[in-house]
Structures are given as C-alpha cells and as structure tokens.
Design a protein around this ligand. Structure first.
Ligand SMILES: Nc1ncnc2c1ncn2[C@@H]1O[C@H](COP(=O)(O)OP(=O)(O)OP(=O)(O)O)[C@@H](O)[C@H]1O
Ligand SMILES: [Mg+2]
Length: 263
C-alpha cells in the first residue's frame, strides 16, 4: 500500500491565533454580534469593515473581554478564553486600541506611555502598584516605543494637545507597550489628516511584520492598501470574507454599502 502525505498550504490547516465560534452578543432585543465564526491566522493583517452599527466594536469588546457574550466561544492560540478575565487576556498577548481615543489628556506623552509600559513590564499586577513608572527600565521602553510610533520628539507635550492623528498613534503605542501578539485596532485613522493617515498606514504595515493585526476601518482606500483579507459585517453577521479584490466585486457587499459614502 502506498502511503501519501499531503502538505496543505491552505489557511484552514494553519494555526489560528484567534478563532470565534457562534459568537453572539445581544443587548435586549438587539443582536449586535450574531453567530460570528471568525478566524485569524498567525501573522495575518486582516480588516473588518461594515456600516455603522454593524457590530464591529462590540466584536472587539468580546475578544478583549470587556463585553460578555450571550453565546459562543473565543479561542486564542487554541485556548478557550471565553471566561478569562480582561487583564489576563492582556497578559496573554491581546491588545486593543479604542475607537474613541483613551489617553490621559492632562499627562505628558511620555507619562502616558510609561503608565502603559509599566503595565507591560509588570505582568504581576501586585508589583504594578509597588513599582514606579519613573524607573529607568520603564522610561527606556517608553522611549523605544515612542521612537517606533514617531512621537519621541513630542514626548514632553501634554497628550491632550496633540493633533488627533498623533493621539491615535500614541494609543497604538500604549497598546504595544503590553507586548501583544494580537493587536486589534478600532478606526486608527479616524479624524486624522491625510498625512497622518499615511503615517498610520506605514506604522501598521511595519508592525504587521511581527504581529497579527485586525483593523476596523471605514476608509476603504486605507483598508484596500493594508489588508490581506477583509471580513464584512452587517447587522451583527459576517456577510463576506475574502481578498480585497473579492470584496470589491462582491454584489452583496456592494448592495449593503449602496447609498453609503464609505465604500
Ligand atoms: N452597551 C450597549 N448597549 C446597547 N446597545 C449597544 C451597546 N453597545 C453597542 N450597542 C448597539 O449594538 C450595535 C452594534 O454597535 P457597534 O458599536 O458594535 O457597531 P460598529 O460596527 O462598531 O459601528 P460604528 O462603525 O458606528 O463604530 C449598534 O446598534 C449599537 O447601538
Ligand atoms: Mg465601532
């Protein structure tokens, strides 16, 4: 008998870093996320798009654990994390930047970074409260990340005084400070100027060399430039999943966006 071993290159046989099965989240009668089966392979740079209210941000909140699913399971590197607490998910390597910027506006840029970096360096939460963000290791890590996100020259400025695009980059930097392997970005270019948008695109491309990234984004030109794969959500469900070209020519996607200004 001849035995034959086939090596599959298809993604379905690769290890997903993130997988959801039947993930559902209801708010009263409204099903914001409806039976979502999603998978992200390690190293992938993927995007989730969809009209306002499609459920994109809620899906992210379920993955980081700040929202509890009504049904379904979430797997990270093959481990079921559905019941794992949010801070533990950060320790495991999941980080998210928010749709609405969440920085400390009255604190300097370096201080914002240092608080986040201290969290990354002090995985033991008891030590977090005992250690100072001013220690040299924390400052060194903060400055290294500020360099990567091109904000080192602005480190003494009040975070609240930065233009929107820079605030968004600072928030990405704060997410990076927790040493994630999966980075979820929620509209990282919203409110950014064209030049700042381009800087964020370049930054995300650079980061994707080392990280698995999902980006929720309304600007289709940004998505088309960045994503290897696009998932489209509508009314809580995934209605399409494919390469940028496949999504561009998908009739259902076109009809969902018809009349909208985003696609
Ligand atoms: N905490 C909540 N309580 C009640 N309804 C909610 C809550 N959070 C979200 N929703 C509703 O769930 C639906 C999905 O919202 P979500 O914020 O996930 O959409 P989105 O795709 O991120 O939209 P956008 O593109 O506008 O950011 C919306 O109808 C929203 O009003
Ligand atoms: Mg949203």
């Amino acid at each position: 008998m001849i035995s034959c071993r086939i090596i599959y290159a298809g993604s379905e046989f690769m290890n997903p870093i993130l997988k959801t099965e039947g993930l559902t989240c209801s708010f009263g009668g409204l099903v914001a996320v409806n039976s979502v089966d999603y998978r992200l392979d390690k190293g992938q740079l993927a995007s989730i798009i969809g009209p306002n209210g499609a459920g994109k941000s809620t899906f992210y909140k379920l993955i980081v654990g700040v929202q509890t699913p009504t049904q379904g399971r979430i797997y990270f590197n093959g481990e079921d994390i559905t019941d794992v607490k949010p801070h533990r998910r950060v320790e495991m390597g999941i980080a998210k930047s928010f749709q609405i910027v969440q920085i400390f506006a009255d604190m300097r840029v370096i201080e914002n970074m240092a608080v986040a970096a201290q969290q990354g360096l002090t995985k033991d939460s008891r030590m977090f409260y005992l250690s100072s963000w001013k220690n040299s290791k924390t400052i060194q890590k903060s400055e290294e990340i500020l360099g990567r996100i091109d904000l080192l020259g602005d480190k003494e400025k009040k975070a609240g005084s930065l233009p929107q695009g820079q605030k968004k980059r600072l928030e990405i930097g704060m997410a990076l400070a927790t040493d994630p392997s999966l980075l979820l970005l929620d509209e990282p270019t919203a409110g950014s100027s064209p030049a700042e948008t381009q800087m964020t695109i370049d930054l995300v491309k650079e980061l994707s060399k080392d990280l698995s990234i999902v980006i929720v984004e309304h600007k289709m030109d940004v998505v088309m430039k960045l994503a290897e794969r696009i998932t489209v959500m509508h009314q809580g469900r995934i209605i399409a999943d494919g390469t940028p070209n496949e999504i561009r020519s998908n009739e259902l996607v076109k009809s969902v966006y018809l009349g909208g200004s985003d696609a």
